[in-house]
Design a protein around this ligand. Sequence first.
Ligand SMILES: *Cc1c(COP(=O)(O)O)cnc(C)c1O
Length: 395
Amino acid sequence: MEKLAIDGGSPVRSKMLNYAHQWIDESDIEAVIEVLRGDWLTTGPKVEEFEHAIAEYTGAKEAVAVNTGTAALHAAAFAAGIGPGDEVIVPPLSFVASANCVLYLGGKPVFADIDPRTLNLDPAAAESKITSRTKAIVAVDLCGQPCEHDALRALADEHELIVIEDAAHSLGATYHGHNVGTLQDLTTLSFHPVKHITTGEGGMVLTDDPELAGRVRSFRHHGIDLDFRERSRANSWEYDVVNLGYNYRLPDINCALGIAQLERLDQWLTRRREIVARYDDGFSSIAAIEIPFAIADCQPAWHLYVIKLNIDKLRTDREGIYKALRAENIGVNVHYIPIHWLSHYRGLGYASGECPQAERSYERLITLPLFPAMSDEDVGDAIEAVVKVIAAYDA
Ligand SMILES: *Cc1c(COP(=O)(O)O)cnc(C)c1O
């Protein structure tokens, strides 16, 4: 058997393969330079152009650009009317921003367990956490695979809840023939460089409800009721602050980058799906590995490729596999530490044991590199390294 790099053998590749990476080409650079040479650096024509382009792509009626995915969640939670005393059901296996948005508004995140097959919020677990104080559900499409949105929608309708879909991973996915962005009351996107398309930092809130969109627009601009152009059309200096808002505006510079990136999104999604198919193929016969489970009648927008280790078939744990793969120069990662385990959340009284499926799953997860600019050789290296490391620790 080949000696592992962690034991002094030679690594599968000489240069680290990151788990994610943006793809910037000349058209992106040109688009940004054009804005720099123009009159507007921040709120100008590129903002609306980007919003319209995303609205058209997803089919959402309204799109509001903000300066991070976190701001999008904050604004969506605000638009949903979340305030002190309100409970919001959140999955524990997500990036911390999915729950922080509730805390920002004085609400209480209530963690409901996941379906261990998909790692997404389990509608039955969500239902079991509904109380008279529940106001909303944050549904995270983990790894780019849509949640069970029909079941969550039915639950929300029955209990008059708002559903915020955190689609930071799932731009471009479809669920039962419908696009992400049209499935729930509010949908949030992130344009961080690891996500499907990037604006450096950036985010967007999508909705079909003009009133919710208006609340998001006001929230991103200090809670002011009218925007600058409406005021200048009215030929008046007057403005009023109707809510406590923030400066969450996304500059024209960033929006120009987003518009250029969106042109290639479909191509990139196709490439991501190709890589996923190659990974699935490479690992499906390995007993110590469970490949991602895909629900029926969906087209995921694979953002992360997360395998589950069958630890009982290995002579090491997840950390052992993680370190061995890093030594082979495969930049694996782990998504995510259960949110209720994080110190700030423990300090608020959350404790381990609350979501046993998420906690047990977490111990088994490893994220492999996945981004459209990966070459076939990169994909081959990742597969080779996983096969090599798993074979070395085969129980
Ligand atoms: C990236 C991400 C966010 C936050 O987005 P930022 O643009 O980094 O603020 C929120 N939720 C999930 C699930 C994410 O992956």
